[in-house]
Design a protein around this ligand. Structure first.
Ligand code: BTN
Length: 397
């Protein structure tokens, strides 16, 4: 009698799970089966032993297998022998992202959506409803991906990373630009190390390889006068995007890891590396402040030392990018000799005269005593192109 009752309850659970958790989340039953099969990858395990270990009917096992397959898990089956786990999908499902993640804060909760308007929009909604600090929202595709300055972010399915992280730093709103810059520094480090690419940061938060944009960051927040309520740090990284998936106007200004390296990059391990780096960097930012990130930003900046034009809400100005201040502002020396600190704006890198190249190298050495010569070769190849046309952000239609 007991076993009938158990079987019936299990079948109801399975049916419910199939209806409610169709594509975005593993239900408990499928997750248990996955954990079991993962223990013996490549080995055939009989349906009978799986049903015994899980305490459910063989039909329930079969239904769970089908749910896993629907999410992209590779599970082979033979009528007589049983099931064999052959691999996980490269989809940023919560279970995959959290596997061996081992972070303290970021990614303790992961919310995956196969398709969403914007991960930032959902993360903001979750923040308002009290979601925990460190919650990660990740999607396979965005329909209304948001870029900076009201632009859209091209977000096709199955190839890139679209991620938003909810933070609740115990700080005043003045820390927001620093958090954005800290995120840029973390992403730059992971992308350049993982793919051995010369990824550079264009102030405030664009990631570039050569003359093309590979990623961007969008920070949204709510705060009281002297205390941040929440910050949502959203980032998009083009991982396996192909040129033909880009709209015409971005064909020559955007790139991806695969376009740069000629190979495909698994997204899930890359996302885990990014979350680990952010977990560590955010903890150190909360402990030690912005100073270490300021140095790292200066080191990896492609803006400092350059002649630039900046468009801010107050108007447009031109000059030379001198420094990143302790607040995270971009300090420029204007053509009339005065200096100006800018916290938010749109930068256009301008071409250099030969004399300007020398001045630029001097400024950079003063700023951080770094290897100017090596980076100058890289910078020299940057042409004058307005930022707004570069990267993945499309102007409002
Ligand atoms: C930029 O304009 O450079 C910033 C782009 C930020 C895009 C990311 S993708 C994940 C997150 N969700 C969004 O809607 N936007 C950010």
């Amino acid at each position: 009698m007991d076993s009938v009752a158990v079987t019936r309850r299990t079948d109801v659970d399975e049916a419910e799970a199939m209806n409610t958790n169709r594509s975005d989340k593993l239900d408990r039953g499928a997750a248990d089966l996955l954990a079991l099969m993962r223990r013996e990858p490549g080995r055939v395990v009989s349906g009978a032993s799986l049903s015994r270990e899980l305490g459910v009917s063989r039909t329930a096992v079969w239904k769970r297998v089908n749910r896993l397959r629907a999410l992209g898990y590779g599970i082979e089956s033979t009528q007589s022998a049983g099931y064999r786990f052959v691999g996980a999908p490269d989809t940023p499902l919560a279970e995959e992202v959290q596997l061996d993640l081992a972070t303290d804060l970021i990614g303790r909760d992961v919310c995956y959506r196969p398709s969403i308007d914007s991960t930032n929009a959902l993360a903001v909604e979750m923040a308002r409803k009290g979601a925990a600090e460190g919650t990660v929202v990740v999607a396979d595709r965005q329909i209304l991906g948001r870029g900076r300055l009201g632009r859209s972010w091209v977000s096709p399915a199955g190839c890139n990373l679209y991620v938003s992280i909810l933070l609740r730093p115990p700080m005043a709103p003045a820390a927001i630009p620093q958090i954005t810059l800290m995120t840029a520094v973390s992403l730059q480090a992971v992308l350049s190390q993982s793919a051995a690419l010369p990824v550079r940061i264009k102030w405030p938060n664009d990631l570039w390889v050569g003359k093309r944009k590979i990623g961007g960051i969008l920070t949204e927040m709510a705060s009281e006068m002297d205390q941040i309520r929440y910050v949502v740090v959203g980032f998009g990284v083009n991982v396996n995007l192909t040129a033909d998936a880009l709209p015409e106007q971005l064909q020559h200004t955007a790139t991806s890891l695969s376009l740069e390296t000629g190979r495909t990059w698994p997204r899930v391990p890359l996302l885990r590396s990014i979350l680990r780096a952010l977990d560590e960097d955010y903890a150190s930012f909360c402990r030690e402040g912005f100073a270490p990130f300021r140095s790292r930003f200066i080191q990896e900046s492609m803006t400092l030392g350059r002649r630039i034009r900046v468009r801010t809400p107050e108007g447009e100005t031109a000059g030379r990018a001198l420094d990143i201040t302790e607040q995270g502002a971009l300090r420029i020396r204007r053509d009339d000799g005065s200096t100006l600190d800018i916290l938010s704006g749109e930068v256009t890198v301008l071409p250099e005269s030969p004399a300007g190249e020398q001045r630029r190298a001097g400024i950079r050495l003063n700023a951080d005593r770094l290897c100017v010569e090596v980076q100058a070769c890289f910078w020299l190849s940057i042409l004058e192109t307005p930022t707004r046309c570069w990267g993945f952000s499309r102007g409002p239609n």
